[in-house]
Design a binder for this molecule. Sequence first.
Ligand code: 5GP
Length: 210
Amino acid sequence: MNPVPAPPEGTAAGRQRLSIPPGRLIVLSGPSGVGKDTVLQELFRIAPWLHYSISYTTRPPRPGEVDGVAYSFVDDAQFQALRDGHQLLEYASVHGHWYGTGEARVRDSLERGQDIVLKIDVQGAAWIRPRVAGAVFIFLLPPNPEELRRRLTERATESADSLELRWENARIELADQDRYDYRVVNDDVPRAAREILDIIERDRPRADRP
Ligand code: 5GP
C-alpha cells in the first residue's frame, strides 16, 4: 500500500499536522490624524513577529513615502484591474482616493499561522466584519476631539481643502467606534501600542510565539 503523502505546509491539513494555530486578522481603524502609523510603528517594534498588510492606493505618494513600504502606489487603471480581477479582500474610496487590501498576502499569512494587521477605514472594516470569522477589530481614538483637530491642522502634508475633508471624515469615522471590539486611546504612543499588543495576545494559543 502506498504511504499517504504528508499534506503541504500552509494548507489547513498541514497546519493541523504541525500544530500551527491559524493566524489572526487584526483590523485597526481610526480617524485621520489620530496617529495610527506612529502607534503601528511602535507595535511592530515591540512585536516584530506581526505582519502588516501593505494596501494598494491611488493616492499619490507623500514626500518620503516609498512604493511598497507604506503603500503600493497604483494608478486608477491598475486599481480597477485589481478590483475586477478579484484580488482585493476589501476596498473603499477614502478622501477621494481608492484604497484596497490585497487578498493573497492576507490569506497566505493567515494560512501560515501569522497574525496580520490591516490599517483600514471604517468602510473596509464594515465589509470584513461579517465575512472573516475571528478577526479582531480595534479603533484608535484621540485623547479628545480638540487634540485631533490640532493634529490634523499640524499635518504639514495636507492642503487646506484636504484638511477640511479629513476633519469631516474624522467625525464620520468616530461615529463608527462602537462597532469595534476594542477602543484604544492614543494618549501615549508606547502605552497605546502595548494595549493593542495585549489585546492581540489575549486568549490566543502561544505555540507560534518566540
Ligand atoms: P492615508 O492616505 O492618510 O495614509 O490614509 C487615509 C485613510 O485610508 C486611513 O483612514 C486609512 O486607514 C485608510 N486606508 C488605508 N489603506 C486602506 C485599505 O486598504 N482599505 C481601506 N478601506 N482603507 C484604507
